[in-house]
Design a protein around this ligand. Structure first.
Ligand SMILES: Cc1cc2nc3c(=O)[nH]c(=O)nc-3n(C[C@H](O)[C@H](O)[C@H](O)COP(=O)(O)OP(=O)(O)OC[C@H]3O[C@@H](n4cnc5c(N)ncnc54)[C@H](O)[C@@H]3O)c2cc1C
Length: 456
């Protein structure tokens, strides 16, 4: 069985955690003949060859100066051209890279190649005439071959054995893929990063409180949320007709337009048709996994730019300006779409189920039972930092942050969490953040509205 694993190498020459899981999942499929596929500069040759030592028969490097500066759609188009030549039975991609962290390339690729897809895979259960997987969001799913799956971070990549064989490497450029230089790289990318600046948006002014005040602070925060909501700041300039897909992005839509049409969230083909018929200035989706997937599918169908995970929108000279965290959340990028309608997914509360979310960190690893009870008493959903997950205390499904999930609840209580930006980027949309930590210098207090400097 021919499997292609799409890999983006990080600055250290290593695949990101999701792509590493994609490769390991492929290696565990019996009778797999694996090709690693990567679009990168010539410098990627050596690390790709090194990766073939783990079991891939070969690596295909898509390398051409014209590929530089590609956004997700231009990347997907380039990878799709290579997949057409490789004609695999199965394509496995990571959910997202850490550099772009949009989770768009996989679904776009499936649409461009016409493959059925399964996203957010947590385990591969059966491989026969097709593939059956358990997903994080939709239970068990099956897709006939040829198929594409995108995986979460449920496996770690194995180490090479001492006498392992190296696979072969093939390099293809734009001409060899039959792609014209103006359809790839920066020239073929419908989105443009206009500028980047330091991410201050998650930072808050922290008021220190006594532990006894906690119940009162929580109920006041919830009451304030119910009356005011967590509306994004309004843009002075307004856009002409704007569409939302479903109701989730409504608050963001209201921040930039007074003329809003809601398209029901049915399926990608129907939504794409509605967008083409309505010809709005912009289209917004929420940020839960199904919305993100559909947005990427529609963007590929209509060949439109798509900006992921926006935290702020603005109208400028009749165009939508989209602001999103980038580079692991340390930076904010201001992005514009060159195609119209502009399309974006916006950070909404949609993945959360409760008003209060309790985040548990490594600092309470020895007090987990008590911390869980505390959360239960508040009727709160519990999430975890990566350090707790990686050390085996709690399952990956609970992980919040850059390489986990994102939540925007009315109240987030961080217990025993130091406040690394990789974690705070996942809770940045919470209306009120409360931190409990004995270290008064812990960065989490820079991201909290209320702080309790105490052991939990
Ligand atoms: C590429 C990449 C991606 C990452 N993705 C994520 C991600 O998605 N999510 C994520 O969470 N992290 C992620 N990380 C890891 C992140 O950088 C931090 O290492 C991690 O969040 C730290 O977890 P922590 O705060 O639980 O632990 P620590 O940093 O060890 O902090 C523990 C805290 O607990 C406090 N403490 C100690 N005792 C107590 C007590 N009794 N009561 C209360 N507090 C106490 C300590 O003062 C300390 O501040 C990522 C890292 C990288 C490099």
């Amino acid at each position: 069985m021919k499997i292609v694993v799409c890999i983006r190498l990080g600055p250290d020459g290593e695949p990101g955690p999701f792509d590493a899981c994609a490769y390991e999942a492929a290696l565990r499929i019996e009778g797999a003949e694996i090709t690693l596929l990567s679009m990168a500069g010539e410098a990627a040759k050596e690390p790709l060859l090194r990766l073939t030592r783990l079991g891939a028969q070969r690596a295909v490097l898509l390398s051409d100066r014209a590929f530089a500066g590609a956004d997700t759609l231009a990347t997907a188009k380039t990878l799709a051209a290579a997949l057409k030549r490789l004609s695999p039975d199965l394509v496995i991609t990571g959910r997202q890279t850490l550099i772009g962290d949009t989770a768009q390339t996989g679904p776009m690729l499936a649409v461009l190649c016409g493959y059925p897809m399964i996203t957010n895979v947590m385990s591969v259960d059966r491989v026969d005439a097709g593939i059956t997987c358990t997903t994080r969001t939709e239970g068990q799913r099956h897709a006939p071959f040829p198929a594409l799956i995108t995986v979460e971070r449920f496996l770690s990549l194995r180490f090479p054995r001492l006498r392992s064989r190296m696979g072969e490497l093939t390099v293809w450029n734009a001409a060899e893929l039959g792609l014209s230089p103006d359809g790839v790289g920066l020239a073929g990318s419908p989105t443009r990063v206009l500028r980047t600046f330091e991410n201050q948006s998650g930072r808050r002014k922290c008021k220190m409180i006594r532990r006894e005040a906690l119940p009162e602070v929580i109920s006041e925060a919830l009451a304030a949320y119910r009356t005011v909501g967590a509306s994004p700041s309004p843009s002075p300039e307004r856009l002409s007709r704007l569409c939302t897909v479903g109701e989730a992005p409504m608050e963001f839509a209201k921040s930039v337009s007074d003329d809003i049409t809601v398209i029901p969230m049915t399926d990608a083909a129907t939504v794409a048709e509605a967008i083409a018929a309505l010809a709005p200035s912009a289209v917004l989706w929420g940020s839960d996994a199904p919305a993100k997937q559909m947005a990427a599918e529609v963007a590929a169908r209509l060949s439109l730019g798509l900006c992921a995970d926006c935290t702020r929108l603005e109208a400028e000279n009749g165009a939508l300006m989209m602001y999103r965290p980038a580079l692991s959340g340390s930076t904010v990028a201001k992005i514009k779409s060159l195609t119209r309608p502009a399309m974006a997914t916006v950070r909404t509360a949609s993945e959360g189920h409760t008003d209060v979310v309790v985040g548990l960190g490594y600092g309470v690893k020895d007090e987990l039972a008590r911390a869980m009870k505390f959360a239960e008493a508040l009727g709160a959903e519990t999430v975890a930092s990566r350090k707790l997950v990686d050390n085996g205390y709690l399952p990956y499904e609970m992980q919040l942050g850059l390489t986990g999930k994102t939540l925007s609840p009315p109240v987030y209580i961080a217990i025993g969490i130091s406040g690394a930006v990789h974690h705070t980027v996942g809770m940045q949309g919470a209306a009120t953040v409360i931190a409990i930590n004995p270290d008064k210098d812990a960065p989490i207090f820079d991201y909290a509205d209320f702080g309790i400097i105490e052991n939990f």
